[in-house]
Each structure stands twice: as C-alpha cells, then as structure tokens.
Design a protein around this ligand. Sequence first.
Ligand code: ZN
Length: 520
Amino acid sequence: MTTLAALGNLTSKLREIHHLRDASAVLSWDQETYMPAGSGAIRADQLATLQTFAHNQFISSEMESLLSSFLDIETGTILPAHQASLDEPAHALLRETWQDFFRAKKLPSSFVTELGRECSIAQQVWVEARKTNDFHRFLPNLERLVRLKQKEADYLGYTDSPYNALLDTYEPGSTVAQLRPLFATLRTHLIRLLDQIRNSPIQPNTDLLTQSFDTGKQLDFGRLVLKQMSYDFQRGRLDLSAHPFTTSFHPTDVRVTTRVFEHDMPSCLFSCIHEGGHGLYEQGLPTQQYGTPLGETISLGIHESQSRLWENSVGRSQSFWQYFYPKLQEFFPTQLGSVPADEFYLAINRVEPSLIRVEADELTYNLHVMVRFEIELDIIEGRVQVEDLPEMWNAKIQEYLGVTPPNDAEGVLQDVHWSFGAFGYFPTYTLGNLYAAMLFHQAKKDMVDLEQNIGQGNFLPLKNWLHDRVYRWGRQYSANDLIQRITGQALTLEPFIQDLEEKFGNLYKFPTTSSPQAST
Ligand code: ZN
C-alpha cells in the first residue's frame, strides 16, 4: 500500500500554489482590518496579480502532467496501475485535486484577473455606498459583477440553472432542486413557530442588552470566551472589521475578527463565539496535509455548521451561561449585577423579525437567507434587472418578515457578499444551521455529560469530539458523506426544528408538538 508520500511531487506543487493563495489572503485580511483607505486601487491590482499567478500555476502543464501520472486527466479516473497501490487518503487527494483542476481549467486567466480586480474594487465601493446609503453608487459595479458571475457559470457549465454552477463552488453537490423543497418545508415550520411566539404573553426585556457597555471590556470578555473555547491565540488573533470574519493562512495562523458597539453587547459577544467556531475548525486541520485538499475545509455549509454549533447550540444555551453569566456580571456589575440569569438568557434568545440578517435571531435568520436565495436566483437566471433590486428586496423582506427597510443601507446594501461576487453563498448559512443541529444532537448522544461539562466551562470534550469527527479529515469526505458517517443520516431538518421547538416552547411557554413532521 503506497501512502501520500507517493504523491510527493504533486503535493509540493500544491503547497507552492497555496503559498500564493495564502499571501493573497493576508492582503485581503489587511484590506478588511488595517489598510489605509487611500490604497484601495493598488490593493485591487496586487490581489488580482496574485490570484492570477495562483490560477495559472494551478492549471499549468506542469500540474497537468503531475496529475496525469496518476489519473486520466479527462475523466479523473485513477489509472489502473495505481488503483490498488494508493490508500484511501491518496485517492481522496487525487479526486479532489482533479475536481478543482478540471473546474479551474474552464476559466480563462484573463477572466480570473478581471473578476479578481472587479471584486476588490466593488467591495470598496460597497463600503462607501452603504455608509452613504446610496445604492446607485454601487449599481454599476454590481451590474458588472452579475454579468461576470453569469459568464463564470457559462464557463463552468451547469444543468438546470446557472445558479447551480455558482452554488457548487461553495457547497459541492448542492442544487436549486434540492434547496427549493428543503427551504419551503423549513419556512412552513419557521412561520408556525413565529406565530406561536408572537401570540405568547412572554415579552423578553432586551433593554438590558443595549445599556452602555465599555467596548474595551466587551472585547476582553470576547477574548476570554475564545480562550475558554480553546481557540489558540498562539496560532491566531482577534481584530476589528466592519463585518466579522475568519481567515486562515495555515493552521498555525488563523485569524478571527469582530465588531463592537457600546449599546449592543450581543453583537461582539456572539460574533466572537461564531468566528471562534470557524477558527477552531481551521486550527484543527491537519498541518501535515497543508496545501492539499486533505488540509482544507469541506464546504461553506460544513464550515458554518461549526460556527453555528458554537454560537447557537452552545453559546445560546442555559448550560453555557450557567458558567459564563457570573463572569459577565463581574465584567459589568452596574449593568448586569442585579439582572437574574433567567432574564438575561431570555433576552439573548429573543425572537423578533428584524431588518438585519447578521443581527437576526436563531429562528428568523433563515428567513433572511431564503429572501437572498430567491433574489439571487432571479438575478443570475436573468429574470430581474440589478437596478430593480432595492424594490424587490423591500417587497420580499416585507413578505417573509413583515418589516420594511427604511433605507437601502438597512436593506439591499447590508451584506458584503455580492460585492465580492459571492452569489450562491447565502444558502450555505441555512445548511450550516441544519448540519450544526444534526452534529450537536449526535454529540449529546455520544457524550452523556456534554451539557454538564459545558455548564462547568469545560469545552474540551466537545472540541475533541469535533476534531475527531470533522476537523482532522480535511476534504477526505464530501459534506453529505461526512454527515452520514457521523450521524448515520443524510441531511434532515428534524434536529433543527426539534431544537427550536424545545427551546422556544420553554422560553415562550407554548405547547411543543412531540414529533415535528420535518423529516423531508
Ligand atoms: Zn460564519
């Protein structure tokens, strides 16, 4: 049995290419955190150059010949001579590398340069447009990006919808045909629960969360929580950015960001926990596989399952606050000293339809995702003009959430995604929520004392469980296969709906249905 060592030349080449990608990721991180605003144009050029170099190296004849010594370059089939001699990880490495190669090969390098530059510029224009509440300022950039993404789908090829080609970059294997019925069923459950919550006599007092909280202390508390989750600050950092995110250049350099508002304490707190979940995944990838698919995360849906598991299943649970609430009260004695834990727990779990996705509660969050999914489909399939987006956005938000944005900054301009060409990205957030619930249910089954440990601030058993089942495999399994391996089930809504029923049934005191009919 030959192991990964047999792939030595190929993995060295893949590592070299990764160095270019990581350098470009450092520049992107810097652009979002510390770069002076005046250097935007040159940064766009620098990023475009690095991305093109990496792309050209990846689709080079050298890569083709390295791959060809192991597989049929047209079909990806491993050559008979290697079929039996390569072990399972080696097979997976070749399969995933070939898929990436085959896909990248379809994109001309002039297109990659154009897209890279346009994304970097559009992102900077978006920042200004949102600040000044001026959709028309962003419109020409967005129109160009939509055209480029439609072109990308054409280059990549697709069945049924060009949206499938874009979706596949973020969540391989996922399709519009799979998402439509899944989201429709989910929506029915969410609306039912929302109605029950609306009719409940319980009204959480969220004023306690919008008192004045010193921003420095908020960041210190965020850092404390991250440390306790065993996010490793020797191999990571926490910085500020407009939109919280996680980026990684290697498992020994994984960076998370947050944002902090004096009068909105949950924002910094939960973004730290959320990004911490992403960060743990990146820090837990196998370093010896760095640069190869076996050292990479599977999909955005699985990535998001890690952040959502920590943010919602853990960070918004009673056990978590059993441990952390006394500590939070010590940080903010004037604001929270006399607030009972139950009242705080109810406040951080309040469900209320709102305008902003990233601030949305666990339940209505998914309705925000569905709105974006439908709009993206219409845009990419060419049924709607980009200039009509604000109107369409407002109508859909009203239809799904019953609220109307007072301006575009709180409406169509709120998300960064489209400004960097990320169409097809949003559905992975809801997939992440569903995967997270499936994983947490399984973790509870596997570790009977899990919640007791969380209540004592001992998160190591959970982190180790995730490491063993998710982090260490890189892309050896597809998202579906991994979930099936861990839980014994394919993607299902049931655990997620069950969690919402239980939590909000208890909090808002409405009768829960014993068996949610959600297994579609
Ligand atoms: Zn996330």
